[in-house]
Design a protein around this ligand. Structure first.
Ligand code: 8YV
Length: 325
């Protein structure tokens, strides 16, 4: 029996052809919901899903009784009910490692562009408003030699910390459930409780995964603890932050500036204050969005789904215990 796969995120022609050589493939790269008629028609026959950015709920799983595996084109898997997938014996795979460096580059892009007000000043030039020497009212702040506080020190957090410590001579602090002795040795990183980190860091960068424990981890109380002039960067998930509290903090000066690649609601509503505040650099979730990395992520997902549907160990499974069901 030829198994059937629904691909709901763009992959390249070679990757699509490789799947079509072995499976029946429905290619819907612009699908916006699993409730869409074209998805509803296919789901009852589907054995595999490949894609990202769409929420897979237990109700979606009820419509896909033959589903064996999901290969997400993402490292984050907050769009998937992992425990429910495991209970149903459905394997979930993701794409760690292949996107670490690119996402860390994005984190540092936000640190630098926010600290130096690069977007605001580039817009000044673009609009023809550069009419005199830049005075102190337009000055940004240094990042070299400053204190970088990492909230989360996993693969992406560690890669950002390496950039700061080794590239910009920054003092690295980190808050995480477990210690990272190898990073303390190689980067001079110091592990602190979150409150102490917030009080000492000049730049606070969030990279934790979105879980029940991290939802709204950073709210009004945490912003109030940050140093005057501190910069907040989020390349994790928007819901790790109480966004209303962040907007208030940015507006009343409690928070000096923010560099954001993720938001509670994506795409960010055009009428959101975050889209127009001068002390905010807002990017449209481009963390891993380079040609090289998105190709590598899609390849990892293609490899994962093939291996999973062929009954072989996937390259990067999230819930291997699902196979014991
Ligand atoms: C992706 C990400 O842009 O991998 C993740 O978790 O957030 C980004 O790399 C997004 O998830 C869809 O591909």
């Amino acid at each position: 029996m030829t198994k059937r796969i629904l691909v709901f995120r763009e992959i390249n022609d070679t990757q699509l052809a490789s799947l079509r050589a072995e499976f029946e493939v429905d290619y819907l790269p612009h699908l916006t919901s699993f409730d869409a008629p074209e998805a509803m028609e296919i789901l009852p026959q589907v054995h595999g899903l490949v894609g990202a950015s769409l929420k897979v709920t237990p109700e979606v799983l009820d419509k896909a009784p033959n589903l064996e595996a999901i290969a997400s084109i993402s490292v984050g898997y907050d769009n998937y009910p992992v425990d429910e997938l495991t209970r149903r014996g459905i394997l979930l795979c993701n794409t760690p490692d292949v996107l670490t460096e690119t996402t860390a580059d994005t984190g540092f892009l936000l640190i630098m562009s926010t600290a130096r007000r690069a977007i605001e000043l580039a817009e000044m030039v673009r609009q023809g408003r550069w009419t005199q020497n830049i005075g102190k009212e337009w000055f940004g702040s240094d990042i070299h030699g400053k204190t970088l506080g990492m909230v989360g020190m996993g693969r992406i957090g560690a890669a950002i910390a390496r950039r700061g410590a080794l590239g910009f001579n920054m003092n690295v602090l980190y808050s995480m459930a477990s210690s990272k002795p190898e990073l303390e040795k190689s980067l001079g990183a110091q592990r602190l409780e979150l409150d102490a980190l917030l009080e000492q860091a000049d730049i606070v960068c969030v990279t934790v995964p979105l879980t029940e424990q991290t939802e709204k981890l950073i709210g009004a109380a945490q912003f109030a603890r940050m140093k005057p002039g501190a910069i907040f960067v989020n390349v994790a998930r928007g819901k790790v932050v109480d966004e209303a509290a962040m907007i208030q903090a940015l507006d009343d000066g409690t928070l000096h500036a923010a560099g954001l690649d993720v938001f509670e609601t994506e795409p960010l509503p055009a009428d959101s204050p975050l889209a127009r505040m001068s002390n905010v650099v807002a990017l449209p979730h481009i963390g891993s969005a380079t040609h090289e990395t998105r190709t590598a992520m899609a390849q990892r997902a293609v490899d994962n789904i093939r291996l999973a549907l062929d009954g072989q160990p996937a390259l990067s499974a999230v819930n291997v215990d699902a196979l014991e069901r």
